[in-house]
Design a protein around this ligand. Sequence first.
Ligand SMILES: Cc1ncc(COP(=O)(O)O)c(C=O)c1O
Length: 392
Amino acid sequence: MLNNFEYNFDEDVNRVGTNCAKYDGLDRYFGYEDLQPMWVADMDFKSPKCINDAIIDAAKNSLYGYSIDGDDIYESIVYWQKTRHNWELDIKDIFMANGVVPSYSACIEAFSEKGDEVIVQTPVYPPLFKAVTANNRKVVENRLINDNGYYTMDFEDLKSKITSKTKILCLCSPHNPVGRVWNKEELETLADICIAHNIMIISDEIHSDLTFKKFIPLASISEKIAQITLTLNSAGKTFNIAGLNTSYAISKNQEILDKFKKEARKREIHSVNFFGYVATKAAYNEGASYVDDLKKYLQKNIKFTKEYLQNNCPKITFLEPEATYLLWLNFANTGLEHNEIKTKLLTEAKLALNDGVSFGSNADKYFRLNLATNQNALKMGLKKLEITFSYK
Ligand SMILES: Cc1ncc(COP(=O)(O)O)c(C=O)c1O
């Protein structure tokens, strides 16, 4: 049954036994095998047929040697960014790599020195601060302001944190886990501060296609902002192909892009994955309608969850995200301590959610729930939350 959607997001998929981290990694990451996985950011939805066809076609030759990048992959990225986000790019502005996180780590080394400071806006996707310390740089937290679940940037705090050692600001746009799509004014204010203090911005825009309001690529705002920005992106989240480890970096500042290329080559993260290449190309050239349908399905899941929790488990609250399939759940009204909530989730609800504390020091009593699954599985997960947290 396809319901109102061209793609069947209601389909039950069996991912157990496929070496998939989300299901097969439960024991390793949570210490229990029998959990319903609603954690790591990939989806229980099949990728569109255009991607499968491209992969099967590429496999027909039974040859899987090294790939090199050609203009065709860059042209598909230019096409996608123009048609989805009205961002004019040239193929010379783009460089392929093996993942947003490996690329981000390369940026830390390429654009700062040991002991320099990198500003991150917490709570945020953990590798964005872990990669800083792993490269012997210092993480400086510019905490987001949380106004009843609506997060904004704290520009005064940001200005007060800048020192002569501050070299990079890491922007997560849209923001994982708080679900904000930053508006033009916020992005401009942020960029103005960075320009004034000679700080470059690494903008992680991996969730940019799964946005429910207008998304503005940071570097598309003005030439001045483009000159201090390196953007990281991939088709991984949008089309559920994260396991193909294919991403790209964009900068209109050729000096910045050249430095990135040099570091990417040094780290050997620039050779394009054979299947990632054809999958990304097919996704961007032919996958637009999949994304349109997917966004509708995700919005339905978000609305359903909102109503379900309001009616059945009002102690767990969240503000509807402006982007992503990730909910930033607040358990404060349960009256329980963070570790009690964590234990109950694992031992009573039998749910694997991401622990909020791993996203930064300002996430006590928060857990992140991934609702990119079919509605039956979602209902089952919500019922477990209800039973565990409503009646005690
Ligand atoms: C904000 C953000 N950046 C990067 C990644 C991972 O990117 P990649 O798999 O390309 O390293 C994720 C995955 O959840 C993410 O949420």
